[in-house]
Write a protein that binds this ligand. Structure first.
Ligand code: NAP
Length: 292
């Protein structure tokens, strides 16, 4: 029997997860397909219910369903419950288990790409949405020393800061346009963009969430946006002598963690990186139809 997995999202046409996971299944010699399931909100319950069937390993979940999917699952692990978002579902003999691998993807990508462990460091996190929540929990779990969360909507940053403070992390919230953010960024070892600012085809394409003077030489600047690979923030950071990490490694490592949960096997991150880069390249440079 060919096994199945896939990703729920809406819209989902531009996802590179299918290419990445197919490469991992092929590399591991597993007879499985991975599909992109374009799922409007009113079709989510029906789509998730299908996962209980024998042939389904499970699924990934992306925007806008990471929170909404939780009510359709049988069990949700503690981290996903705290983050308030599920990005991975495992079909365990008809029972659906939800978890969140974004935090692991964030931690593993920083270790592998920048040789950075989060223990004891001071971080500035731009954004307070789902991806930021995963990063903040990762920083708290890994023993970071301090965290400044800056968000356009201050209230969301406050809520998240309160939560991670309860885990022992010295956290504070600040508005994205607050003058105090400059100092916090200059003091930080790590600056993370977890907003969609800079994303190709997004409303803030071509923009950076922080101005150049917020970036000092030697700081690690991490941009969760993975398309384009080289965002305006990363270009500026590199020019100012910062070390930069793009969003693709996080995508690959969260995917590898999902793969491990479905199959019990490690994923080839090398195969996944290669497929993800190729898929991004194809998406951004579609073949031209010379006959027209
Ligand atoms: P989300 O929950 O919708 O949160 C979006 C965040 O971006 C919020 O903090 C929002 O601020 C902020 N924002 C949006 N437009 C803004 C603007 N013009 N100026 C300032 N702030 C703005 O989305 P998400 O799931 O966290 O995803 C955020 C980004 O991370 C996306 O680009 C996504 O592709 C990326 N991501 C990457 C990975 C990866 O593996 N690399 C994983 C997850 C997400 P408000 O609260 O004020 O609205």
């Amino acid at each position: 029997m060919t096994l199945k997995a896939g990703i729920f999202g809406y819209p989902i046409t531009h996802s590179i997860s299918p290419a990445m996971h197919r490469a991992a299944f092929d590399h591991a010699g597993i007879d499985a397909v991975y599909e992109a399931w374009d799922t409007p909100p009113n079709a989510l319950a029906r789509g998730v219910a299908k996962l209980r069937g024998d042939k389904y390993l499970g699924a990934n979940v992306t925007a806008p369903h990471k929170r909404a999917v939780m009510e359709h699952l049988d069990e949700i692990d503690e981290l996903a419950t705290r983050i308030g978002a599920v990005n991975t579902i495992v079909n365990d003999g008809g029972r659906l288990l939800g978890s969140n691998t974004d935090a692991a993807g964030f931690i593993d990508s920083l270790k592998d790409e920048a040789g950075l462990t989060l223990s004891g460091l001071d971080a500035a996190l731009i954004g307070a949405g789902g991806a930021a929540r995963a990063a903040a929990y990762a920083l708290a779990m890994e023993g970071a020393r301090s965290l400044t969360i800056a968000n356009r909507t201050l209230e969301r940053a406050r809520t998240l800061a309160d939560e991670v403070r309860r885990m022992g992390l010295e956290a504070r919230a600040i508005a994205l346009d607050d003058d105090g953010l400059l100092e916090r960024c200059l003091e930080a070892h790590l600056i993370v963009n977890s907003t969609s600012v800079g994303m190709l085809h997004g409303p803030s394409e071509g923009a950076s969430p922080i101005p150049p003077e917020f970036i000092r030489p030697g700081v690690v600047v991490y941009d969760m946006v993975y398309n384009p690979a080289d965002t305006p923030l990363l270009k500026t950071a590199r020019a100012r002598g910062a070390e930069v990490v793009g969003g693709l490694p996080m995508l690959v490592y969260q995917g590898a963690a999902s793969f491990r949960r479905w199959t019990g096997l490690p994923a080839s991150t090398t195969a996944m990186f290669e497929a993800a880069r190729q898929a991004l390249n194809n998406m951004n440079n579609p073949p031209k139809d010379f006959d027209r």
